[in-house]
Design a protein around this ligand. Sequence first.
Ligand code: DCP
Ligand code: MG
Length: 459
Amino acid sequence: MTRGGARLPGTPDEERADPIVLHVDMDCFYAACERRREPKLRGEPVVVGMGYEDGETHGAVATASYEAREFGVESAQAISTALERLPRKVESDDPDSDLDPDEAGHYRPVDMDYYQSVSAEVKEILHDSADVVREVSVDEAYLDVTDRTAWEVAEGFARHVKNRIDREVGVTASVGVAPNMSAAKIASDHDKPDGLVVVEPGEVREFLAPLDVAELHGVGPVTARELRESGIETAADLAAADRADLEARFGERGAEMHRRARGEDDREVTPRGRPKSLSRESAFTEPTDDAEETRERIRTLAAAVADRARGKDAMYRTIGIKAVTPPYDVNTRAKSLPGPVDDPGLVEEVALDLFAEFDDARVRKVGVRVSNLSFADAEQASLGDGWGGADLPDSGDRGESGETPDSPASLSDFGDDGSDGPGDSADSPESSDPTDTADPSDASGSESDPEGQSSLADF
Ligand code: DCP
Ligand code: MG
């Protein structure tokens, strides 16, 4: 990928401007979301528990507000431990309560749907601020804003993004600005919470030098301990170490660490987080040749896919189906529209039409997919042009059947082929949030099941 457009004044034609990368990471994100809808929690210690229920002691800490962290509460800790360090605030106005209010915290269970909706509002601002956004998790993203600003004013640009998140969404982000991804990530963490740290080109190595090796991208606790044992404690030590030695000890990863410690990271920010396609599939308990049963299943899947597309503000230009026939033959068919649409009725109609070919076949599994997605303010094409006329009825059952809670087999994705860049090597030192569903290229996404994953390459 080449980066076109703006160059810094005075930059020779052959040279590209130094990339301007922003790393945005929300502060105590789940707790910040809870505070947004419950303002009395502002400034208070707040603990959000995974697997926690009101009044109970089970579960683990997902995150804690910075006030709660002062008491030694931290992510991944057992709630029971957190409660020992920070007792639960008595939420009623019980006059018998003798808890000192300053020594107690508010405990809340995880509400992922709500955090996802807040995250979507933040991501909207990020996509508005940059041409290239790499969404890493529910609360973290990289932006390449090289073409949107210049180093001389990059701090103001980043502050503007940060302020918009604060003002328009009501949660706080810490932002790092640097000429590469790993430095930007370290910068965003450097002055949390409410941080804004700019590392200019030429200053990266100096910025990293005093940091503990454990703070570097890609250096885990075990590696950090090994490095320390040989006297390498800081990024400066690592940068000064012999690359061949590091390679001998840690393989290619050793060379990578060495480069990172020297501030070298030429990975480009590649977009992620917006799927290329959306699909759902469903297996029958036994292969079936009951055309009405399969058609009913197709209708359900079509509605679910259209619903998901609408939920993601996606329009689609291609509608496809998949039919798996015994023993395990995967058949796919697709039709493309003249332009992008958001039309659940059309998804159903086209899917059924494509499926007619398999009406007499025994099928094991069926799927519906929409692809050729567009997310911007694309115009909705007219539905004429050989697509059954412009007056196709809306199926009208989108909302209900989209959920399919009692579908005989669970629905799963089938091979959403979200784009993914070369930066995604197995050792990509990024955080990943198991609850994040924004990245459909991640086969472990929560909407996939083993069935769905087994067919990832099929469609
Ligand atoms: N999370 C989780 N379990 C963990 C770590 C994090 O469930 N072990 C969730 C809760 C966090 C969210 O992911 O709010 C984002 O993770 P971060 O590591 O960015 O942590 P926070 O945003 O909570 O805090 P910080 O201000 O340090 O970024
Ligand atoms: Mg965070």
